[in-house]
Each structure stands twice: as structure tokens, then as C-alpha cells.
Design a protein around this ligand. Structure first.
Ligand SMILES: [Zn+2]
Length: 84
């Protein structure tokens, strides 16, 4: 019984130390800032930050645009951009 406990303790310690090592090496990088939501311009397909994107609603769906001219082009003929 005593040996069994020692073995469990040893295994637990191994797990604990390996976790500590793993956690230390995978310290979160300051990339979290870049996890900002991005959307794709419905006209060009370019990725843009959701905050900077221009929006247009068409048939109950929100579409995003990287610039005013994309939005204008979309609003003129949305079907052209939706069809793939
Ligand atoms: Zn654009």
C-alpha cells in the first residue's frame, strides 16, 4: 500500500512538473491584441477589422466593405457580389 502511494505521488509530481514546464513555455504572447474580430470586404475579399469596416444590409444579411467605393458598388448591384 505504501509503495502504491509513493508511485502515485511520483506520477502526480511528474505530471505537475511537466505541466508547469509546458505552461511556462506556452506563456500567452501579446498577440491577443490581434485577435480583434475581422471581416471580409464583400467586394474585394480583403480582411478588415470589424470596427473599421463599412456595413451594408441586404436581404437581412450584413455585408462589410473595406472602403466607400466598395460599398457603393455593392449597393448598386448586390447580387453581383453575392453570387459566387
Ligand atoms: Zn474597398
Amino acid at each position: 500500500m505504501k509503495l502504491g502511494w509513493y508511485r502515485i505521488l511520483l506520477i502526480l509530481m511528474l505530471f505537475a512538473s511537466s505541466c508547469a514546464f509546458g505552461c511556462a513555455s506556452s506563456t500567452p504572447q501579446p498577440t491577443a491584441k490581434w485577435k480583434e474580430a475581422t471581416v471580409k470586404c464583400a467586394a474585394t475579399g480583403e480582411e478588415i477589422g470589424e470596427k473599421d469596416a463599412l456595413k451594408s444590409e441586404y436581404k437581412g444579411q450584413i455585408y462589410y466593405f473595406c472602403c466607400e467605393s466598395c460599398k457603393v458598388a455593392f449597393d448598386k448591384d448586390p447580387e453581383r457580389f453575392i453570387k459566387r
